[in-house]
Write a protein of this length. Structure first.
Length: 441
């Protein structure tokens, strides 16, 4: 029998009803031996995430505003969950220790981690699994940098001693025992680390959506689900803003070639999306489309640019001096286009353009602000003729003016720069062009 690691996100552990669903999921497959949980998330859209409330308590104390009310709300959610599920985990004692630490000026990382800690205690008791704290196993150095190797060793050694485990996500500890968290959403990382340490066959990431969709459902009506996606394709799409999984959760699974299966706790029979190194061959041409707004395209024209040694380097050195990273760099014989996220300029765009003029002495510089980038991603594009034709024909028909084109060297993506206002229209046009293609393929 294989091993599955199941990580349940905030909405999957939001209340006792959700915990009931988790129990059925875990018990339906005995290979689900290692469970990682987030802190309770929202039960409905106006609700609060426990992690946010925990941070808030500390901020209130810092500003000498009473934290009792918010702490009571947090405590009541855990009390209600434990009571409804009929588990005894010494919740009052745990809460009073946390409150004591709050009053004694605990760190933000410590307080944020308590949601996962308490949730793991309750979940372990409810499932009848061993509770293992992440503090001694997920390791950070004294400066708070994550220690990958040491963590893998510690997790592998400890988890091998247990048949069935629930572990809190999101945090670990530094050498002196003080708690350190990953960035927000970091329970996904813990799940991937556990999967790597136990050499899992699958890392299941249970959330409130049935995997990834080919496009944002707020833009495209009823987009098709993505059944399989490669790590690289996902990286391209998440970079453009399509996010379900924490970015750093990919690599621990990737190094061991462990597929990640995104699943929906509220619809467990849906197969979700599989993220893996190599996707099985299919007729699909594209895997997904994602867009992101607010970029600036600086087009630089200079005759005989291609014969000038060091021209591109000089352009990039200006950006380096201003500590600005460039997203894309499409170029022509006598043109170079720098595509940069608007926020990276920190209000210094005019200064940067002047500096480019001074150092490059170009014939002309044209700045297009308010550019959206739309990435069309898919391994299926590489080997097929006519993909660009289909894409650009669709944009032409939709009356979209394309300011910039960049095709990755892997031929796995085509990125177009359009006006911010045209982004939705662009995504819809591409989706429609390729979904009929996909269906007819
Ligand atoms: N509870 C943490 C957060 O809200 C970590 C997580 O859920 O993954 O960011």
């Amino acid at each position: 029998m294989g091993i599955k690691v199941a990580k349940f996100g905030g909405s999957s552990v939001a209340d006792a009803i959700q915990l009931g669903k988790i129990k059925s999921i875990v018990e339906a497959d005995p290979s689900r031996r290692y469970v990682v949980v987030s802190a309770p998330g929202k039960r409905y859209s106006a609700d609060h995430k426990i992690t946010d409330l925990l941070y808030l308590c500390r901020t209130q104390l810092e500003h000498n505003v009473g934290h009792e009310q918010v702490f009571q709300v947090i405590g009541d959610r855990f009390r209600a969950m434990a009571m409804t599920l009929g588990v005894e985990v010494g919740i009052e004692k745990e809460l009073s220790i946390i409150n004591e630490n709050l009053l004694n000026g605990c760190s933000a990382d410590y307080i944020a981690s308590r949601g996962e800690y308490l949730q793991a205690k309750i979940t372990a008791a409810y499932l009848g699994f061993d509770f293992i704290d992440a503090a001694g196993l997920v390791k950070f150095d004294a400066k708070g940098r994550f220690l990958d190797e040491a963590t893998n060793e510690a997790l592998a050694e400890e988890l091998a001693k247990h048949e069935k485990v629930v572990m809190p996500g999101f945090y670990g500890a530094m050498p002196d025992g003080s708690i350190k968290t990953f960035s927000r959403g970091g329970s996904d990382i813990t799940g991937a680390l556990v999967a790597r340490a136990v050499k899992a066959d699958v890392y299941e990431n249970w959330t409130d959506v049935s995997g990834f969709l080919m496009a944002d459902p707020r833009i495209v009506d009823d987009p098709a689900p993505i059944e399989n996606i490669s790590y690289t394709e996902l990286r391209e799409l998440s970079y453009m803003g399509a996010s379900v999984l924490h970015e750093d959760a990919i690599y621990p699974a990737k190094v061991m070639n462990i597929p990640i299966n995104i699943r929906n706790t509220n619809d467990p029979s849906h197969p979700g999306t599989n993220i893996m190194a190599e996707v099985p061959k299919s007729d699909k041409i594209i895997t997904g489309i994602a867009g992101s707004k607010d970029f600036v395209a600086i087009s630089i024209y200079k005759s005989s640019m291609s014969t000038q040694i060091g021209f591109v380097r000089r352009a990039l050195s200006v950006l380096e001096d201003y500590r600005i990273s460039v997203e894309h760099l499409p170029s022509g014989i006598d043109t170079l286009c720098l595509v940069i996220a608007k926020k990276s300029f920190n209000g210094k765009m005019d200064e940067v353009v002047e500096e480019l003029e001074r150092r490059l002495n170009p014939d002309q510089i044209i700045v297009h602000e308010d550019i959206a980038l739309v990435a069309t991603v898919g391994w299926g594009m590489a080997s097929r003729p006519g993909v660009s034709a289909t894409l650009f024909n669709a944009l032409y028909k939709a009356d979209v003016n394309v300011h910039m084109i960049d095709q990755g060297s892997s031929e796995m993506n085509i990125i177009v720069g359009v006006s911010n206002d045209d982004m939705e229209k662009t995504i819809r046009a591409i989706y429609e062009a390729f979904s009929s293609h996909n269906l007819n393929a």
